[in-house]
Design a protein around this ligand. Sequence first.
Ligand code: NAP
Length: 262
Amino acid sequence: MHNGKKNVLITGTTSGIGEALAKQFATRGYGLVFVSRSKEKLIKQKTAFERKYSVPIYIIEKDLCEENAPAEIYQELKEVGISIHILVNNAGFNECGAFSKTQLEKEIDMIKVHDIATTRLTKLFLPNMMKSKWGHILNLGSIGSYAPFPLNAVYAASKAYILNYSLALRSELKSKNINVTTLTPGATKTEFAEKAGINHTLLFSNFVLSSDKVASKAVKGMLKKKAVITPGIYNKLLVLSMKITPYAILQKISPIFYKDVG
Ligand SMILES: NC(=O)c1ccc[n+]([C@@H]2O[C@H](COP(=O)([O-])OP(=O)(O)OC[C@H]3O[C@@H](n4cnc5c(N)ncnc54)[C@H](OP(=O)(O)O)[C@@H]3O)[C@@H](O)[C@H]2O)c1
């Protein structure tokens, strides 16, 4: 299986943007590797995708908070002979609120999933892309990547890492024919906001895009080797305003988005 076709590894496929990205790649005939924690959901997803898209699906149940998870994923795929040509670091979640009240362990896990696992997986899967002189890496940032966000301090900082890291890596790998794209979505209708208890906030009450729209823009943009993709005109304007507004002003405005979170 997965031989002769290009293969995509996507983390966090069991819902939301990851699942929508998987659909985009499946429609284009790529072999797929899904990584998430929920084994039951992964098994159901594999059956549904294989039936609908006739593409090979390989599933790996793994918690990306675990330090060894990336190495174990890499080793398992090596043993079954699946090479990865496109790596999508999508898995993530949000622990939102005033830093004095949020749970430290969740925040540390957020850094582990967003930043450490992404960095480790990229380090492991890059050599094969270098060898074949072809590859794409798609990393999930956020509009939070562009500025410090009071009431979402650790999340936004973890996503700022993703943007800066990905842009630098992009420059390093350009001459090797390996593309690095960062997807920086705004509010998107997935399980994310509900899990974080922020679905009632101003940010998630307005201009919320569907995960299918976000994923469609992401995969089209990635295949065109775009550096950064921010789906939706409202989100594009938001990012522009974050780039040009002095932080002294921005820090007064941005907590409004998370009002009521505390
Ligand atoms: N939704 C938004 O408004 C929004 C906006 C900007 C950026 N993003 C980013 O988009 C990405 C996807 O989020 P989403 O909105 O699609 O959220 P979602 O619907 O909650 O999906 C998150 C996915 O990540 C997986 N995941 C979470 N923790 C994991 C862990 N420790 N190990 C392995 N897998 C894990 C979940 O699977 P299991 O629970 O089965 O492990 C799930 O498949 C995240 O990086 C998020 O920060 C989202």
